[in-house]
Ligand binder design. Sequence first.
Ligand SMILES: [Zn+2]
Length: 482
Amino acid sequence: MIEKSLERINTNSISCQSKKKAIPVYFSTNIAKIKKKLTSANYKFLKALGFKPIYGNWIVLSKNNGKIASVIVGLKRTKKNYSKFLISSILSKLPKGIYFLKNIPKTEDIDELALGFLLSFYSFRDFDKKIKNEKNFGSPVLNLPNFTNLDKTLRLVESEFIVRDLINLPANILNPDYFETYIKKFSNFHNGKIKIVCGNDLKKNFPLIHEVGKASSKKPRFIEFTHKGPSKSFNITLIGKGVCFDSGGLNLKSSTGMLNMKKDMSGAASVLGLAHYLIRSNLKLNIRVLIPCVENSVSEKSFRPGDILISRSGIGVEVKNTDAEGRLILADTLTYATEINTDILVTFASLTGAARVAMGTDITPFFSTSNDFANLLKKNGDKMQDPVWQLPFYEDYNNELLSTMTDLNNAPLGGMAGAITAALFLKKFTNNHKMFLHFDIYGWNTKSRPAKTYGGLMQGVRSLGASIEEKYQFHIKNHVQL
Ligand SMILES: [Zn+2]
């Protein structure tokens, strides 16, 4: 549950108070320039090794008594492309001790360095017995006396660990029953309120969620978590796709396509992570998190290709493919969301393979009805090491969504512009909301990289969190509505 994710963070890993006895870390592009800072023996040792201060090369030097004297980290860039968070990940690998960054150049971003350092300690080995027997030699502590953003960085790391943990849990554990319990506990943790709709109420009021989830023994449900701000707060609605496992339904996925489908609730995980960040940031916000929670399974109760479903809004949908289930459960949720006033309406969903084909695993495409907000998101995406890119709600592609039987089809044939047609499908259910944002996330890291372990990954949340904060500050200052 949420506490377990928070326990993974060693909040003492960064210390902002000056420590006299901290071990110096020297950053260098030219060893001769730091010669004076080292003992003659240490300098000769570097020469003997032929140590080159190339970006990412590092070495620990010792005193005569065997204790650590200093650390040298190379910063000289060659033509090679370097991963984000490389330096912070190196610092996280240092032996136990307190380290002071002696001559960090202005070109290095301290926010990024601190975030990457804390993220580097994440691991998800909860089911691995061997890990319990491994000896823990202790972790390094970074001494950053002038760092003023520690609280914010810790909030970002908390959110990310919550999101990663949720995505990493296998579907035999994180099923709709478990997810409901988790969100109830999440709500208690934040003093929020929770509402669950299931059974006949779900069938009647959220027919598409019922249809998608009815084949599973773990019943489908609609989960609403609300957290109230002070009076006259802005209203933010965050919707996350909560497909705990996506087999594809009767349009069964291939073996490789199904392999990581425990991550099909990464949209739901992301909005919980974002809610956690915003609540912890104490902004004047009314936050509503809506999660349609299902397992897309195969049984005699499965919905079928060719079925015609009538949504909560009354719009009819012809099912062309049962694997395009995300947009169905989100459609009813969006209708519900816009039945009361909300200033910002957001969906996070691992929705289309087309988004991956267009952008790869790292860049999150998003759609926005506000170009101003889109520009803010892109700017913050770069600043927060969380790259996002705007794709258009290109209205002419609405033709692809037509059906010969009813109003819409859920999976246009040919699959061209699949991320855009999926976003246009969702937009039909937003009641023309003026501030609608949709993130088509991947939620997964395919290989271990600095500060990013293999597996669940939070995407789009840091850029959106920062943008909401910025917009909110602006509007508070100018006394205008969002
Ligand atoms: Zn699917």
